[in-house]
Design a protein around this ligand. Sequence first.
Ligand code: UP5
Ligand code: MG
Length: 219
Amino acid sequence: MIGRLFGYVSQRVPSLLYRVSLMMKPQVVFVLGGPGAGKGTQCCKIVESYNYTHLSAGDLLREERAREGSEFGQLIANYIKEGKIVPVEITINLLKKAMEETMQKDEKKFRFLIDGFPRNEDNLQGWNTVMDGKADVKFVLFFDCGNEVCINRCLERGKSSGRSDDNRESLEKRIQTYLQSTRPIIELYEKHGKVRTVDASRSVDEVFADVKAVLDKEG
Ligand code: UP5
Ligand code: MG
């Protein structure tokens, strides 16, 4: 009897654990930093070594801009060119949908790097309204990089990227938006001890060594 009971329990334990893991809330790391700080580059490297899904808010907006029949295409195009932050109702829906689709395809993929969001107070409020209780923000990974380095990286990329905002005029606006709107959001998280800062002005590999140290510590 006891033997049978033990067998029953030991057979069920892994499946119970598995089911608990299925009920995991999305675990989110917000990835922030100036234009060209290396957010996308580092997220791609993280995905190679850690069990994270990379969602770039900028990439999702560019996809939506290009989607045939999108009612927001023109608005997104204007905002991106001007380095302005798209109203959160648009961005949050794209992010939520991408997270849901990822988890529907594979329930074990509940860790997300949300790259380039939240960029301002409006973004943060939108996230809190829509995602409150639905996801846990673990910390902000902040790629700290001087403006000149950021601008030069984007201008260099602009030679081949085809991005409508990789030109000096748009870049100056992007930097202003970053300083005025995004830095205060990083500072807000800093006050809550939730920012992990990496010096992003060094080589890709040097930056990634620090990123790894952060992720290995945070789990
Ligand atoms: N590079 C990268 N790391 C390097 C290193 N360590 N040393 C030397 N070179 C390095 O890198 C940029 C370039 O630098 C690349 O050529 C790379 O090889 C090189 P990348 O990794 O792409 O940097 P990243 O920080 O991702 O730069 P990005 O230009 O994507 O940052 P932005 O934050 O400006 O752009 P994003 O795509 O997030 O947003 C674009 C626009 O979308 C915004 O301006 C805004 O209008 C809109 N937006 C919203 O409105 N809401 C959102 O929530 C998000 C975006
Ligand atoms: Mg990017």
